[in-house]
Design a protein around this ligand. Sequence first.
Ligand code: GLU
Length: 499
Amino acid sequence: MSKVNKVRTRFAPSPTGYLHIGGLRSALTNYLFAKKNDGDFILRLEDTDQGRLVKDSVKDIIDSLNWAGLKIDEGVVGVDEKGEIVERGEKGPYVQSKRLEIYQKYVDQLIEQGDAYHCFCSKERLDQMRKEQQKKGKAPMYDRKCCDLTDKEIQKKIEKGEKCVIRMKIPKGRVIEFKDMVRGKLRFESDLIDDQVLLKSDNFPTYHLAVVVDDCLMEISHIFRAEEWLPSTPKHIVLWEMLGWKDKLPKFGHLPQLLNLNGKKLSKRDGDVSVRDFCKKGYLPEAILNYIALLGWNPKTREEIFSLKDLEEQFDEKKLNKAGAKFDYKRLDWFSNYYIKQLDDKEYLKILKNQKFLENVKLDYEKASKIALIQKERISKLGDVFLEIEYLIYDLEKFEKDLLRWKKMTDEEISGNLEKAKTEIEKIDKKYFSSAKKNLDKITEILLEAAGENRGEFLWPLRVALSGQKKSVSPFECVWVLGKEESIRRIEAAVKKCS
Ligand code: GLU
């Protein structure tokens, strides 16, 4: 591919909050498209709405992309210790607030060409106008009151200190057509498009101007973005044309919204929505990526496990879904559990330790890691590693003696079998209680042998003695995690109940 045609995609979030899972999906789509086509993935910050900026959000966006493993080739690549943004690439700055002079130049060009005009209308007037339009059932649209002001009139108003914005003069009677990479051919009538504000009274550009100028100057070839931007695309296309860049127009693909299971827009009320929330709860990035990739894209095979590498190779924008994608937390948990099970034990413990999931409980590392190992198959997020397993951590709550009874066993039979179990456990070599998972197999083997034919009679009372629960992990797991002394102590207490 020649350099001119190089695929260049970008993710262009506004740092107005923590990275939303839907944002990560847009980023992923742009990233995958770039990788599939040997292209570059660029991160640009769209911070022109200065009132809505949120501190920490830039760092959060970058951290979240890093966590997910989406490598940024160009643009904003980090935040240093002093909190300064780090950029890489020749087409910067990649932060819109640092590009004001660039935008001004194009605004001047548009005014010069007659494609943009000064508008001095007050907020009150615009509100009133909109209200009246709504009353008549019309779509709100600027009435072009200021469109034909003469240079002299404009000059006078500016000298008087009147505030103004610059609006784009959308040509009338045109049809704007383009082929969306997700939705196919689309058609918009220019008569229904409002004269978009391009430059605000604070001299900051609006998103619409900045996005077009930057996508052109940064030589972006393909844009995947959320569906909410679809109504803006015809305005953008007209701007590309006005600026003389028609032949450089990128291809657009609008990604359907993420929905909750009721078909409404996914929101905080439904559960976690920011990438950092998922990370904090201990979802693996592999699981999140796999799940959100499949949310918007149908591989059209039965395969559903895709690593980032697989996705990079197999991504096909023609298979992107048009329909809104329902975000199912249960399904995500299935993927997450799958990926946790795939980790080898060492790696699994390392991640748990690094992310501090093994801390904050009354446990030493050895016992914590034993619990973690027996939970590995069950949990769907690392933060659940100690969930529903309190009986292995804290002293037992009192439990009813009857819980120890398997079928019609008498108290003597129960205590007899518990004594037998105790003797067996006393005999187990200390080394089998250390935290390598294979020791659990050994303990299981010993206790199964002791149980012989009478598994229910032997194992049920033992399990209840150790856990105090109607439902719990197996007695073998209890013995291994609790260790010799604590197991014996609990068995003795249970025997006492029966005497
Ligand atoms: N700054 C916009 C956003 O945060 C980007 C839209 C686009 O990709 O063009 O959604």
